[in-house]
Design a protein around this ligand. Structure first.
Ligand SMILES: *Cc1c(COP(=O)(O)O)cnc(C)c1O
Length: 346
């Protein structure tokens, strides 16, 4: 049904809001038995990679695009580390409006670039980082008729609240901890707002500790100062000056949560762990929460028996280069049964 139909009554939707949808949202929440056992917790993954463009961005984008059209926009613009552009381009395509996307040149995962181009957006590679591209997009959007659909657009965060609603609807209450990767800090802020909204209307009894994980080379919320040259293999969170930093800080402070950072090596190890023990192939940024939970476990700071949900924000297929660099090559053999049997015996 999609986010607007399913949860419109809890969102700023009016009878004039166009009912666009790519059937986003309603994603699986899966239990990880092996990893739960290893970590001594009950661990669930919210598979946001199952959204139509392969990331959670679709939840907020559908509302941002619908409201932009409702308010008379004739074109959309965004800056992106990749997934926002894929999502904006897809919803612009279905809604029939032009879309301009600004990407940091040379720092976007291949799958995401292919998506934006396939959906027919005007793709502009900026020789600069994401933060710079966003500044440019915001200035350009001051022109008449343009709507900016980055998470500075409040409707993005409204739509993203629905991830929290679905988790509570599925588990019957909020989890003890909720862990996510943090880049521009919109999603952690949106989940916090969603958990609060659900508690207010008595759908849940508690609000989870919000646990935000950043990459060590792009961790402004951990170091408490902007990071002028963010660097990480997790390109989706390669952001040095998060626009929703104030909201994210509030989410963490009010829930006694924390921001923590993990190294690229820890992120990649978590990516392999999640795939090989959990059966889910998520993109590097999506694995920062698991890397963080493993780190807390090693430090003796992960309480046993708690229920933890983590957001698997994007699909591993979007960034095959990073995956293939880590794993071995296939074993090549001739086309004889003997050779196959020899390999199978090890
Ligand atoms: C956008 C994105 C993030 C970061 O989310 P923010 O709301 O910017 O903090 C993390 N992972 C993936 C895969 C993303 O696309």
């Amino acid at each position: 049904m999609g986010v607007i139909k399913n949860y419109g009554h809890l969102l700023p939707v009016t009878e004039k809001t166009p009912q666009i949808t790519l059937e986003e949202g309603n994603t699986p929440l899966i239990y990880y038995p092996t990893i739960s056992h290893d970590l001594g917790i009950n661990l669930y993954g919210k598979l946001e990679m199952c959204n139509p463009t392969g990331s959670f961005k679709d939840r907020g984008m559908v509302l941002a695009v619908a409201k932009a059209i409702e308010e008379g926009a004739r074109a959309l613009i965004c800056a992106s580390t990749g997934n926002t552009s894929a999502s904006a381009a897809a919803f612009a395509a279905t809604a029939g409006v032009p879309c301009f996307v600004l990407l940091p040149a040379g720092h976007v995962a291949m799958g995401k670039l292919a998506q934006a181009l396939m959906y027919g957006a005007k793709v502009i590679a900026v020789r600069g980082n994401f933060d710079k591209a966003l500044e440019m997009a915001r200035k350009a959007a001051e022109n008449d008729g343009y709507a900016i659909v980055n998470s500075v657009n409040p409707y993005r965060l409204w739509g993203q609240r629905t991830g929290a609603f679905e988790i509570v609807d599925r588990l019957g209450d909020a989890p003890d901890w909720h862990a996510l990767p943090v880049g521009n800090a919109g999603n952690i802020s949106a989940y916090f707002a969603g958990f609060c909204q659900y508690k207010e209307i008595k759908k849940s009894t508690k609000i989870p500790r919000m646990m935000g994980f950043q990459a060590e080379g792009a961790a402004p919320l951990v170091t408490n100062k902007p990071c002028p040259n963010p660097e990480t293999v997790a390109t989706a969170i390669r952001i040095g000056n998060p626009v929703s930093a104030h909201l994210a800080r509030e989410a963490v402070e009010k829930t006694n949560g924390e921001f923590n950072s993990v190294t690229d090596e820890e992120i990649l190890a978590a990516q392999r762990y999640l795939a090989s023990k959990g059966g889910i192939f998520a993109e590097p940024a999506s694995c920062a929460p698991l890397a963080g939970l493993c780190k807390l476990k090693r430090e003796g700071r992960l309480p046993s028996g708690i229920t933890v949900t983590m957001v698997q924000t994007g699909n591993g297929l979007k960034d095959p280069d990073t995956a293939l660099k880590q794993v071995g090559k296939p074993i090549e053999i001739g086309d004889t049964l003997d050779e196959l049997l020899a390999v199978m015996k090890g």
